[in-house]
Design a protein around this ligand. Structure first.
Ligand SMILES: [Mn+2]
Length: 294
């Protein structure tokens, strides 16, 4: 497997803690962008996350450890030129390969349309499986801009594969999506109901199956925290609230993989890139902190 080596990899890690053979976590960058509709630039997301990560402290004060000691390998970018309907299968094939060798996979985008390919691969490999989506947008459109595989349809396509999709932080959708959500009793934890309180944590987690795939669309965060996204929406989650929730999900469920999508780097707002890298790093920490307790 070809991977990015020191000093260009995630975290700028030396080869002994970032080689493919011994790393427990594997990052797959997919700079895919074919269907974005507002601000363009998510194709540069993975590179910006990697660059920011190399400027990050590797010691985590919350977990009191160097998270990277589990081994974090950064694979070469998966470049896909095909249309979204074909891209799904290419993502699926590549994700499947990593699942089969039992590494913990993190996909970084790129736009949200890469998620259904990931979900297809994970849903096939795990029984009792749910998807947890953190996102400002419901992404429940049946079709958008002439394709069913647009970023705006990402979760509708995931629902075709897995019936149990829990949505957190949503504050933007169209009328048809709202009708669909109501008719299908879609579990949505609206941003307006969950900001500034943690009362919903247990309820949301109780709806998740044993095995969980997390798709983290960075626009779930408030634009003050995360301005560099393709479709910013006011009124999103704060940094500590999101981390507290994610940590609890990792503690109470078996998170089998996750993606971090929709970073749209802007050189005037590099703190977004840094925040994305740090959240991703902490999520790896939460995963293996739990493993260590077993
Ligand atoms: Mn979104």
């Amino acid at each position: 497997m070809n991977y990015i080596r020191f000093p260009k990899n995630f975290g700028g890690l030396e080869d002994d803690i970032s080689n493919y053979d011994t790393s427990k976590a594997v990052i797959l960058p997919i700079p895919y962008e074919k269907t974005t509709t507002y601000i363009k630039g998510t194709a540069k997301g993975p590179e910006a996350i990697l660059e920011a990560s190399r400027n990050m402290e590797l010691y985590d004060e919350e977990l009191d450890k160097n998270i990277c000691d589990v081994g974090i390998c950064t694979l070469n970018e998966l470049n896909i030129e095909e249309k979204p309907e074909l891209a799904v299968n290419i993502v699926y094939d590549n994700v499947k390969k990593i699942i089969n060798v039992k590494k913990f996979l993190i996909v970084i985008g790129g736009e949200h349309s890469i998620t259904p390919g990931c979900v297809k691969a994970f849903a096939e490999s795990y029984d009792d499986f749910s998807v947890l989506q953190l996102d400002a947008h419901a992404d429940l459109r049946e079709e958008y801009d002439g394709t069913k595989f647009s970023h705006a349809c990402a979760m509708k396509r995931c629902l075709d594969i897995c019936k149990n999709v829990i949505q957190v932080g949503v504050r933007s959708l169209d009328y048809k999506e709202a009708v669909f959500a109501k008719e299908n009793k879609q579990e949505i934890f609206w941003a307006k109901d969950i900001l500034n309180n943690d009362l919903w944590f247990n309820d949301a987690i109780s709806k998740l199956s044993k095995n969980v795939y997390i798709t983290l669309d960075l626009d779930v965060f408030d634009p003050l925290v995360m301005p560099s996204v393709g479709t910013p929406e006011p009124g999103g989650l704060g940094y500590y609230q999101a981390l507290k929730f994610l940590k609890k999900v990792f503690e109470e469920r078996s998170v089998v993989g996750f993606d971090v999508v929709e970073l749209c780097p802007n050189e005037n707002n590099v703190h977004s890139d840094f925040t994305a890298a740090k959240v991703l790093y902490k999520m790896i920490g939460y995963k293996f902190d739990k493993e260590a307790e077993k």
